[in-house]
Design a protein around this ligand. Sequence first.
Ligand SMILES: C[S@@+](CC[C@H](N)C(=O)[O-])C[C@H]1O[C@@H](n2cnc3c(N)ncnc32)[C@H](O)[C@@H]1O
Length: 272
Amino acid sequence: MLDSYESVSPTAILTSYPRIFTDIPYEKEIYDWVSKNCDSEIELNKLLAPEIEARYKLINKLIEKQNIKQILELAAGYTSRGLIYSKKGYKYVEMDLEEVSNNKKKLINELFEINDNLHVVSGNALNNEDYTKCEEYFDNKELVIINEGLLRYLTFEEKRKVGENIYNILKKYGGVWITCDVTPKKYLQKQNDQNPTLNNNINNITSRNDLNDRFENEEHIRSFIKKIGFNNIEIHKFYEVKDELKSFEMLGIDKDSCDDLLENGIVAILKI
Ligand SMILES: C[S@@+](CC[C@H](N)C(=O)[O-])C[C@H]1O[C@@H](n2cnc3c(N)ncnc32)[C@H](O)[C@@H]1O
C-alpha cells in the first residue's frame, strides 16, 4: 500500500512522457527506460507537452540568471535537468521519494555515464532531516532550490512545512528558491479547458489533487510566503519562453493554441 505521498509518484511518468515531444536532451532515453521498467495505470497525455516544456525551459532560464552553481531539486522525478546541469559543472542534488529516487539511480546507471557532480537522494521534502542528507554534497556557498510539480499535491499546512525547510537551508547558505508550484487556481481552470480529462485522470491515482489546495491569486502567494520569511518575490510567465517551445511543431498543433495557459502559468523566484 502506497503512503499518501507515494501515491503522487506516478505523476512523474505523466510529466516525463510529454517531454519526449520536445528538444530537451535525454528525455526520450529516460522515458523509454521508464516505460519499460515502471508500472503505472496513469493515462498519458502528449498535449501536456507545451506547458511542461515551458515550465522546464523557463526554470532553466531563471537558474542561469542567478550565477549560482549549486542546485537542489526537490521532487525531481524523471527529469533530465540534473544530468544536464551536472555535466555543465553544477553541483546537483535531486531528492524524491524512495521509489522514484531508486528508479532514477538505476536509469542513470544503465543509460548514462555517472558524473561526480550528480547525486540522487531518497527523501521527503516535508522532512527537515532529509535535507541534511543532501547538504553533504554542497559547498558552503549559495544554492538554488527548485521544484516543479510538487506543491500542488500538498495541503497548505504541508506547503508551509516544505517552505520552512527551504527557508532554513537558504538562511544557512544564501541563494534563491525557484518554483512553478505557486501557479494560482485560474491556471487549473485553463488546464481543464485545454485538457478536460487530465485532472480526472490524476484524481484516479491520487487523492492529493484538490482545487482547495491551490493559491487563489498573486496576493495569496505573497502573504503565504511572507509568513514563512520570504520577503522578495519575482514572477515570470510561461509565455516568456513561448518562442523556444518545440512541442507545437513536434505535435503538429497551432502555436497560439496554448496562449491562455502560457499567460497564466508562472514561475516565481523567492528570496529571504
Ligand atoms: C508531477 S511529478 C513531477 C516530477 C518532476 N519534477 C517533473 O517535472 O517531471 C511529482 C513528483 O513529486 C514527488 N513527490 C511527491 N511527494 C513528495 C514529497 N513529500 N517529497 C519529495 N517528493 C515528493 C513524486 O514522487 C513525483 O516524482
